[in-house]
Design a protein. Structure first.
Lengths: 315, 439
């Protein structure tokens, strides 16, 4: 008697259960299994999204339940897109995104390349490098706030040691020109290990025989790097950029702890601004429109990027 | 028929008994900010527990998160708090959005008169619309923004001589805002006991309400007004008046020339830390902290003294403090009202002051011994005579955040001019009032 895994499962099914599902098609059974997930997805993702879109066309405020809600058409969208302060927030976010991703890719890839070589203490150094990303962003924010303190902060003392400048003569978090860089430095410190790990996975996936063939062909190390290493790690690197890009577009906790969006509004990223509109000013309709604009932006950019990533993978 | 009559009689008797006797022992939760006076209130409330049989629980939230946490609680109709000592600016929203129980009938029934409390506190903490006899809170904690300084440094003959040389004046408690700045600038970067010290700790915090509470300490003495005519929301010429521009420029100069390095996002905690660590000669903060500072073994006692926010064109202090309200979503309103009744008693108010709370009850404030009861008591009375508060509108949070942004942009981030900052503030506030249907 043949005994396939399906038969074995069928035999093991208690008779009561077997009787209950008797007569159901495979498709119906599949639906029964998938239905809870679909229900959760609808309840947690799709319904709020549709509701947010609906709210974005109103003047609804969640703290004024007794106020009449009016449909105001595209007014919220118009106000947001013509608000110069919001464009400044967008610029601050773009600056943060561009520099954090650039630095994390460069440093992360370099670290991965170094760690990939076999040397004594390799595992120890990998653990040390990975430590920052294991900390809570709130802890990292507070920790760096002390490091940046002009009078007692280690960061200012190190800069002072190398440049001869008085440590209390500059403020990383309080200076309009330096504050955007201060958050870039902290995010890079915290998340470069993540990029490094992904790059390391990419480096380790390259079979040795490709390098051996290149050696036989007398390709220089430089050429091997540009024609083998970089193209084969590129899909991994692009994935890391996608993850970091989406994460940093939503950046909130770290920056709130460090600067609170200041000085002035210099480091007020869109997510911080959105939170203020939604849960401090309680302009729910306006904040919904703001959230939809951000969602479309991220979704659009991510879709284009994923298409590019797939093309790179196909090569 | 007989049975029905008996049942009706029983129901009537039951209702009567329920109304006549105190509520059954309940567990009440009182919500407030986490700070020194809250600890005093815990101590004070033990008497209420003993008298009433109710149990008191407390939910204290640190100041930077207090508004966020509590307003979210109220807006969601949460039942966490039975009693809430909410900020004065919340009264409009609390009343209009139905978060607070209106207390007029209760006050009438229990013989609690608002005439027994300092008029400024009743106006600020209890009434909505402002100044009308519609009460949503009992004044619980009078407070204003004041100053404290290192009395031992001010009394040092060497420092006094140096100040005289530098300014031609005697070193004393400042009598004007400009003298305050002059003294702070004198101390800025000075070596005292082998340590570099700085002028003063002022409020510059961006996230919640810090810089607004600080800057209004300069705006009010210069004569700042929110509206040309109260209730008209006509802000042009009032909010951006020449006096307001001058006051804002003054605060920026203060920040740039007389505060410790890195003092870009500082509020109550940072002010206390700067003073306690011997970093600054003077600091602004709420009177609520003064009992703790005076009792501090390192910088308290003889080493510290206090002064009211100095006048410039007029006297003016930023109002702090809160009223205590019954939350309308509470299932234990009767027991919560019992607490209010107990708290309003003159004997309890006297003990409240003794323990470190700032009573607003006239029997305490008008007591002949009050002024000498603490070194800051006289300053507190003086400050409460000239207090001004921020908007108390239901949209207060939106109005506050706009001011936080515009003022921080100008003072700390050095963007634009004072006039531009105030013009932009009027634009923001106008938009808010238009959305509210008030303009």
């Amino acid at each position: 008697m043949s005994s396939t895994p399906i038969d074995r499962v069928a035999q093991a099914t208690p008779k009561k259960v077997a009787r209950r599902i008797k007569g159901l098609s495979d498709r119906a059974i599949a639906w029964i299994f998938v239905a809870p997930t679909i229900f959760l997805l609808l309840a947690i993702n799709i319904f709020p999204l549709i509701w947010t879109i609906q709210l974005s066309f109103t003047n609804y405020r969640a703290n004024r339940l007794n106020r009449e809600v009016e449909n105001i058409g595209l007014r919220n969208y118009e106000r947001i897109l013509t608000d110069s302060d919001i464009w400044l927030n967008m610029q601050a976010t773009a600056h943060f995104l561009f520099w954090t991703i650039t630095l994390q890719v460069l440093i992360g890839f370099t670290l991965a390349w170094l760690i990939h070589r076999n040397f004594k203490g390799n595992a120890f150094w990998t653990t040390v490098i990975v430590l920052p990303m294991m900390l809570s962003p709130a802890v990292v924010g507070n920790f760096w706030k002390f490091l940046y303190q002009p009078q007692i902060g280690l960061f200012n003392y190190i800069v002072s040691f190398f440049t001869g400048r008085d440590p209390s003569s500059f403020q990383m978090l309080g200076d309009v020109d330096l504050a955007p860089w201060s958050i870039v430095i902290v995010d890079t410190w915290m998340w470069t290990p993540f990029v490094m790990l992904i790059c390391l996975a990419g480096l380790r996936s390259i079979p040795d025989y490709i390098y051996e063939a290149a050696e036989i062909d007398r390709a220089s190390k430089f050429r091997q790097f540009w024609t083998i290493t970089v193209p084969m790690v590129l899909p991994f690197l692009m994935l890391a950029v996608l993850f970091r890009g989406i994460e940093n577009f939503k950046m909130f906790d770290l920056v709130v702890q460090l600067t609170g969006g200041g000085p002035g509004s210099t480091t007020e990223l869109t997510s911080i601004n959105l939170k203020r509109e939604a849960f401090e000013k309680w302009r729910t309709g306006y904040a919904s429109a703001y959230a939809i604009i951000l969602f479309v932006t991220v979704f659009g950019l991510a879709s284009i990027y994923v298409k590019a990533l797939n093309k790179v993978k196909e090569r | 028929m007989k049975t029905r009559r008996l049942a009706t009689l029983g129901a009537v008797l039951g209702c009567t008994t329920a109304l006549a006797t105190p509520a059954a022992a309940e567990e009440l939760t009182l919500c407030w900010a986490a700070w020194d006076p809250a600890n005093a209130l815990v101590e004070l409330s033990k008497e209420f527990e003993a008298e009433s049989g109710h149990t008191m629980n407390f939910e204290f939230v640190p100041w930077p998160n207090f508004a966020d946490r509590m307003l979210n609680e109220l807006n969601s109709g949460g039942k966490l708090c039975d009693l809430l000592i909410g900020d004065s600016q919340w009264i409009g929203g609390g009343a209009e959005n139905g978060h607070y129980v209106k207390l007029n009938d209760f006050f009438d029934a229990e013989g609690i008169s608002m005439d027994d409390f300092a008029p400024a506190t009743v106006y600020a903490y209890s009434t909505w619309p402002k100044g009308t006899p519609n009460y949503y809170a009992l004044p619980a904690m009078g407070d204003a923004n004041g100053w404290f300084y290192r009395a031992d440094w001010f009394a040092d003959p060497e420092i006094q001589a140096a100040y005289k040389d530098a300014t031609g004046q005697d070193l004393r408690e400042p009598q004007s805002q400009k003298e305050l700045l002059q003294i702070a600038q004198f101390f800025q970067g000075r070596e005292i006991d082998g340590k570099t010290v700085y002028g003063a700790a002022i409020f510059t915090e961006r996230g919640s309400e810090g810089i607004t509470m600080g800057v209004t300490g300069a705006l009010y003495p210069w004569g700042f007004k929110y509206e040309n005519t109260p209730g008209s929301y006509d802000m042009e010429g009032a909010v951006n008046s020449p006096e307001a521009v001058e006051a804002l420029e003054f605060y920026k100069e203060f920040y740039e020339t007389a505060t410790p390095p890195g003092y870009t996002n500082s509020y109550m905690g940072e002010s206390l830390d700067a003073f306690k660590s011997g970093q600054v000669a003077m600091a602004m903060n709420w009177f609520a902290f003064f009992p703790g500072l005076y009792a501090d073994p390192d910088i308290g006692g003889e080493k510290i003294d206090f002064f009211v926010n100095p006048p410039q064109n007029q006297a003016g202090s930023t109002l702090g403090g809160q009223g205590i309200s019954v939350v309308s979503y509470s299932d234990k309103q009767d027991a919560a009202l019992e607490y209010i009744k107990w708290f309003a008693q003159p004997s309890v108010q006297a003990k409240w002051w003794e323990l470190g709370g700032y009573s607003a009850h006239n029997s305490v404030l008008n007591d002949p011994g009050f002024v000498d009861s603490q070194p800051f008591a006289g300053d507190f009375l003086e400050a409460m005579n000239d207090v001004q508060d921020f908007w108390q509108e239901p949209a207060y949070a939106e109005l506050l955040l706009a001011m936080q942004k515009r003022v921080h942009d100008y003072v700390v981030a050095d963007q634009g001019t004072a006039k531009e900052a105030l013009d932009l503030l009027i634009e923001d506030w106008t938009e808010t009032f238009e959305d509210e249907g008030k303009l």
